[in-house]
Design a protein around this ligand. Structure first.
Ligand code: ZN
Length: 450
């Protein structure tokens, strides 16, 4: 049994149902959970003096492609939109190996943790013909080593170029291969208990890389196993045209025809929905992972987040893959989201606090977690602390709830704590040797790209 006291916290932004901010109070943690918040100082084996610090609930990332941390900032794709961008990158991603998956997962999740993220969902869908059987197992190993809460997905592609899809034929698998491995991973890793560190989601890639059969069978398998479903949807006009041409349906209607709608489903992006479709998402509690940096980088469009929030569509925040971001900083994503919607929607835009809520409670909801996303007694001890007694925050401390959105937090967290354990201290990862891992990862990147 371990105990931790975080004392003298300048402001605890709880994100609870009444939006409380507790000033000059303490948090007491026992093992994985928050046991007490208030003025008392219970005796603890570990004590953190948080004078001059603000504490926030750990951020939750709802869409990523961690392998893409190795293919960032590549000149040949910088001014391409999604379809040509993908077609160029597939040629490089064909070279993925288990070692690359492991190290790129360490790099991407490591960066997320340094900037306050405590739970990461990843969407891995590229499985080259050889040597890809253990890719998701490698990701779980990386997450374990880092100490982050990890929701992996068994992504998939089954519609190659010869069947009218976008990916090359040698990067797609058969429906049988995909379902068999999906079942193996759910049986081996999925844990739905409270404070679970490992979950599995089933996630065929997109309408233009997957067959309808696979979508339907995946939905049936997921519902039988009680795991969630995820895919890319309504990301670009190209995708919409593809669906209209191939299936004579708009993307969401196509999903509905395949049983892909409901509170156990969330879509990445959700930019090109019309009003009727937004109402259907709200009525069915189908979620959306909002990825504002990626949407700007790929010129995909602006998701109608103000309207989604108004209607009650569950919305979480995400960085998306690093080839379209080109980083893994969810704290930075909060400010980008805030500014993007200010520009686009003026008075109807979400506040800084609304965006923070999206990255915590909103994300927890679409991942199906009730034990994370806010700081309350009985919730998981997932949180991060930032120092605000520094020059950068002079004059900016009157509203700690909105600060990450309006002012922005440009430095790594003073502490990130996951499941009651310190994983980042003074902006550095505690669970791995950052310098060594950086050198190893760079060597692998050079091998992949040259
Ligand atoms: Zn994506």
């Amino acid at each position: 049994m371990t105990t931790m006291l975080i004392k003298n916290v300048k402001a605890i932004v709880t994100l609870d149902n009444t939006d409380r901010v507790l000033e000059n109070q303490n948090i007491f943690i026992r093992d994985s959970r928050i046991e007490y918040m208030g003025l008392e100082s219970p005796v603890a084996s570990e004590v953190i003096d948080a004078s001059g610090m603000i504490v926030y609930p750990g951020l939750i990332n709802t869409h990523h492609h961690l392998y893409q941390t190795f293919t960032r900032n590549l000149p040949q794709v910088q001014n391409l939109e999604l379809f040509p961008w993908l077609c160029t990158l597939y040629e490089i991603w064909r070279g993925l190996t288990p070692e690359i998956i492991y190290h790129s997962s360490i790099v991407g999740m490591g960066e997320l943790m340094k900037y306050g993220c405590t739970t990461c969902f990843d969407h891995h869908y590229v499985f080259p013909r050889t040597n890809s059987e253990q890719f998701i197992d490698q990701q779980f190993m990386a997450a374990d080593q880092l100490g982050i809460r990890f929701h992996a997905s068994r992504g998939s592609m089954s519609r190659g170029r010869s069947s009218g899809g976008l990916p090359p034929d040698d990067l797609v698998q058969t429906v049988d291969e995909i379902l068999k491995d999906s079942e193996r991973l759910v049986d081996q890793y999925h844990d739905d208990s409270r404070y679970s560190m490992r979950q599995v989601v089933l996630a065929p890639c997109s309408p233009f890389s997957v067959t309808g059969d696979l979508m339907k069978e995946t939905a049936a398998l997921a519902r039988g196993k009680k795991v969630r479903l995820h895919t890319h949807l309504a990301e670009t006009r190209d995708e919409e045209e593809y669906c209209l041409q191939k299936f004579n349906l708009r993307p969401l209607a196509y999903m509905e025809s395949l049983d892909w709608i409901g509170a156990d489903v969330w879509f990445a992006h959700g930019i090109h929905f019309n009003e009727q479709e937004l109402q259907l998402l709200a009525a069915t509690k189908t979620g959306v992972a909002h990825c504002p940096v990626s949407n700007q980088k790929l010129s995909s469009g602006i998701a109608q987040i103000p309207r989604m929030l108004e209607l009650g569509v569950p919305v979480g925040l995400a960085v998306d893959g690093s080839a379209s971001n080109d980083g893994s900083n969810l704290l930075g994503e909060i400010r980008t989201a805030f500014l993007l919607h200010r520009l686009n929607s003026s008075a109807k835009a979400p506040t800084g606090y609304d965006i923070l809520k999206m990255a915590t409670r909103g994300s927890a909801e679409i991942l199906g977690r009730e034990d994370i996303g806010s700081l309350e007694v009985g919730k998981a001890a997932d949180l991060f602390l930032i120092h605000v007694n520094t020059l950068e925050y002079v004059g900016a401390q009157f509203d700690p709830k909105s600060l990450p959105g309006t002012v922005g937090v440009a430095r790594p967290a003073a502490y990130t704590i996951v499941n009651g354990k310190v994983v980042v201290k003074d902006g550095k990862l505690c669970t791995i040797d950052e310098e060594r891992v950086t050198a190893q990862a760079n060597a692998l990147v050079n091998k992949l790209l040259t």
